[in-house]
Design a protein around this ligand. Structure first.
Ligand code: HPA
Length: 275
């Protein structure tokens, strides 16, 4: 049964004894191992606080809370996808729950296909902007002015200061990073070669089926956002490989090790406080 945001937060507080996370991490396909670094984790299935996942595979989506590099964090493991039929209102509620729990900085990760020859499977792309090609905007509907404005500015949606910090972490760890524009699609079918050619002319560097709805809702309630894409494949038409989810998950696992190191060090650098 659906709960209000307040009810969801009080259910979560009962499980976690009022733990106050400061940094949130949303994990994309194949990136679940990032959550394994969390110390003293408490895991709560989304259903326990009224978020229906609609997943046909039956594996629970989990909210995991604990500390990472001494920073109190919250991690969403097994994200909601609109292509599963999850209403965008559910995604919106989940992100607002994250904010109400205390999170001020949200790291949004996702698997993506590359539109550039110089960006290959296993690469990590810092997202500096997006093109929303999903047929919805998650802020559609009545607006609650106490949460955010009716007409939200998307300027610097991907926080330039956080991007600089993340890039500095990459240099320190000698992990080379790419940077670019993420184009979001509903899915679940992959793109055609013609679509990919068209998206290249529009300025997209990577395509994926997530990230954007969460980023819009997070910005609306004034969380700082860092977006990071794990490149799992070359987009349709750029390679001989036939695209499949299995390959995406496998390649995501390869990027996962790098992603884990980058995220842990990034969280250490930004610390618990919003500056
Ligand atoms: N297209 C859309 N979404 C994706 C892709 C892709 O090529 N790879 C991983 N997620």
């Amino acid at each position: 049964m659906a709960h209000s945001i307040d009810e969801a937060v009080s259910i979560i507080h009962k499980h976690t004894h009022n733990f106050l996370p400061k940094v949130g991490i949303i994990l994309g396909s194949g990136l679940a191992s990032v959550a394994e670094q969390i110390e003293n984790p408490v895991a709560i299935p989304f259903q326990a606080f009224g978020i229906e996942t609609g997943s046909v595979f039956g594996h629970a989506s989990l909210l995991v809370m604990g500390t990472l590099q001494q920073v109190p964090v919250l991690c969403l493991k097994g994200r909601l996808h609109l292509y599963e039929g999850t209403p965008f209102e559910t995604v919106r509620t989940l992100i607002r729950i994250v904010k109400q729990l205390g999170v001020h900085t949200l790291i949004v990760t996702g698997a993506a296909g590359s539109l550039r020859e110089d960006m290959v499977p296993g690469d990590i792309m810092v997202i500096n902007d997006h093109l929303n090609f999903m047929p919805i905007n998650p802020l559609v509907g009545p607006n609650d002015e106490s949460i955010g404005p009716r007409f939200l500015s998307m300027r610097e949606a991907y926080n330039p200061g956080l991007i600089d910090t993340f890039k500095a972490v990459g240099s320190r760890l000698q992990i080379s990073l790419k940077q670019g524009v993420y184009l979001s699609l509903l899915g679940p079918s992959y793109e055609t070669a013609a679509e990919i050619r068209a998206f290249r002319t529009l300025g997209a560097d990577a395509v994926g089926m997530s990230v954007v709805p969460e980023v819009i809702v997070a910005r609306h309630c004034d969380m700082r956002v860092l977006g990071v894409a794990a490149i799992t494949n070359l987009a349709e038409g750029l390679s001989k490989e036939v695209l499949s989810h299995e390959a995406t998950v496998e390649q995501g696992k390869l990027a996962s090790l790098k992603m884990s190191k980058l995220i842990a060090n990034f969280i250490k650098d930004i610390g618990p406080n919003r500056v």
